[in-house]
Design a protein around this ligand. Structure first.
Ligand code: GLC
Length: 570
């Protein structure tokens, strides 16, 4: 559906949806109401019911987080070293309320997650990337990464422990205010750090923070995703706690505005997508993700929508909100139309003419059909589709990227049909995209001469390893969320089962290698925090699908998608 039509439809379905759903028409005239209700929405209810019928699990019934934060002040006391009996605090809230036994890995995962917590001046502030004492040099794995903290934040929120999330949000906001320089160049005001570290000075008894905005990172890569994730976490916090006061503080409002100003700045662009350098996101090394990578476009879209829900339409906010609304319409149109690839679209591109001048051009970006890689003709099923990795003049990166496609579903950047088709593709190409360890970061790997050119001969990113077709357990939470949103619970259950068979036994690795994701990654860290937190989030969401509301945005133009699938997935 065209964006304009989608928006028209959006305003006519207001009664069915959550109060903070995507409704462009009312936003400019009214103060956006940040959701303070804990009642489940129409969608949430359907989700719980669906899960109840399938999984035989219980739902907590609503958004109540009795005891949220209660007794949670002292994180140190919650961790029980040695994996012995966990204190009551170490027991996940959600599981204690259910009548069935939680999977044995859940307790182990909570203990490991709590071990990764770092505190700053006595307050829990975030989780470090990995607690791997066996690995040699820590590099920056002993830092709190903004993107890595996302599943940790969700796990703590889902477990009714918002304090660490709140501290994280406020502290990163202070870091945003620092002057950021690389050599003699000053970075944009809105930039958020990729990571930060707490330096303990036991002598003087003070903790200090050091942050990395790209000036220390390998390759000096800019974390374009950090600001977007920060906004998404703030909205998850607001939604889960019902506490809108944090987002409404002048400090948070300013933080959101600075991020928005930076990503909405006008330049020479002819596209509404955001132009980025390589290494700008989860794939933070040279991997040919420069240009307009789908991961950033999907996060950009989601952050724009979350910002719109949280900005106050005051003198400073209103103008930005107008720009957001205009950009959202252009961005969704562009991505839905030009990034989308399915059998039909592939066949159209295959028959494209080139060198078309003027507005009537069908092949707008002058993509040469000869640039379609051979693997794609066999890979593309008749059922299914996905957003390709990148679209720019004469360049379509036809690779499939997990994060971008899942976030596109969660943010409703994907139309309902596109969302179902993405899940169809995962089902049809299970071996390639999920294999033995969910989920492939991208497919396929690049090899040989192409690998030399695209990665700059990166030995960490050889074929089917790390960012180059490696399998990343952290992506399980995103897959699970996308499954719940599209009503394809069986896919999520199957993926979680695969993970449970190996992840803890292997020491919670960062990534797996090989075509099927069978081997623990060559340089993978163990006890990688987001592998642990990702598993917990996936489990908690499946147990109580109403958690999805924290990380998913409905589109009123979307039909309720929770119909039972005709396929094997339900
Ligand atoms: C690697 C990953 C990056 C992650 C970091 C810390 O560099 O590519 O996405 O944030 O490790 O875990």
């Amino acid at each position: 559906m065209e964006a304009a039509a989608a928006m028209r439809k959006a305003s006519s379905q207001a009664s069915l949806s959550d109060p903070d759903d995507f409704d462009l028409t009312r936003l400019l005239n009214h103060k956006p109401r940040i959701n303070v209700e804990r009642q489940r929405s129409f969608d949430d209810r359907s989700l719980s019911e669906l899960s109840l019928s399938g999984a035989g699990t219980g739902s907590r019934g609503g958004w109540g987080y009795g005891g949220a934060g209660g007794g949670m002040e002292n994180y140190e006391s919650m961790y029980s070293p040695g994996g012995g009996l966990r204190s009551y605090c170490g027991t996940p809230t959600s599981s204690t309320r259910l009548s069935f036994e939680p999977h044995p890995l859940v307790g182990e995962a909570w203990d490991a997650l709590r071990r990764s917590l770092v505190s700053f001046r006595g307050q829990p502030l975030g989780t470090i990337a990995a607690v791997d004492h066996s690995a040699g040099e820590a590099l920056n794995y002993d830092q709190v990464f903004v993107r890595d903290f996302v599943p940790s934040a969700l796990a703590f929120l889902m477990n009714g422990e918002p304090e660490v999330v709140r501290n994280f949000l406020l502290k990163t906001l202070l870091l945003q205010g620092w002057e950021k320089r690389i050599d003699r160049f000053k970075l944009g005001e809105g930039a958020m750090p990729a990571s930060f570290k707490v330096l303990k000075d036991p002598k003087r008894g003070v903790d200090k923070l050091v942050a990395d905005f790209g000036e220390s990172a390998i390759g000096r890569v800019a974390p374009v995703d950090s600001g977007f994730w920060w906004i998404i976490i703030l909205r998850a916090y607001t939604k889960s706690t019902g506490d809108a006061t944090l987002a409404e503080t002048p400090m948070c409002q300013k933080g959101i505005r600075l991020i928005m100003n930076q990503c909405l700045a006008e330049g020479f662009d002819t596209f509404p997508t955001l132009l980025c350098a390589d290494g700008c996101c989860m794939i933070d090394r040279r991997m040919g993700v420069y240009g307009y990578p789908i991961e950033i476009q999907a996060l950009f879209f989601m952050a724009l929508r979350c910002a719109l829900l949280m900005l106050r339409p005051d003198a400073e906010g209103k103008e930005i909100m107008e720009r957001i609304v205009t950009r959202l319409a252009a961005l969704s149109y562009h991505v839905r139309s030009y990034f989308w690839l399915d059998f039909q679209q592939l066949n159209d591109i295959y028959r494209f003419k080139t060198e078309e001048y003027s507005h009537t051009a069908v092949n707008k970006f002058n993509v040469n059909p000869e640039s379609i890689p051979d693997w794609l003709f066999d890979f593309m099923p008749t059922r299914g589709g996905y957003f390709v990795g990148n679209v720019s003049p004469a360049r379509m990166d036809f690779r499939w990227f997990a994060l971008g496609n899942c976030v596109a579903i969660l943010a409703s950047l994907a139309t309902p049909d596109q969302a179902s088709a993405i899940m169809d593709l995962i089902e049809e190409r299970w071996e390639e995209l999920v294999g033995e360890m969910p989920v492939k970061i991208c497919y396929p790997a690049i090899e040989g001469h192409e690998w030399q050119i695209v990665t700059g001969c990166d030995p960490k990113n050889t074929r089917w390893s790390y960012h180059n077709g490696g399998s990343w357990p952290v992506l399980l939470w995103l897959l699970t969320a996308a499954c719940i949103k599209t009503g394809r619970l069986k896919i999520a259950r199957r993926a979680i089962e695969l993970t449970e068979a190996r992840l803890a036994r292997d020491g919670w690795p960062e990534y797996y290698d090989g075509k099927l994701g069978r081997y623990i990654g060559k340089q993978a860290r163990k006890f990688q925090t987001w592998s642990i937190a990702g598993y917990l989030v996936a489990k908690m969401m499946l147990e109580d699908p109403s958690h999805l509301g924290m990380i998913s945005l409905e589109d009123k133009a979307m039909k309720p998608v929770l119909r039972r699938s005709a396929s094997w997935t339900v």
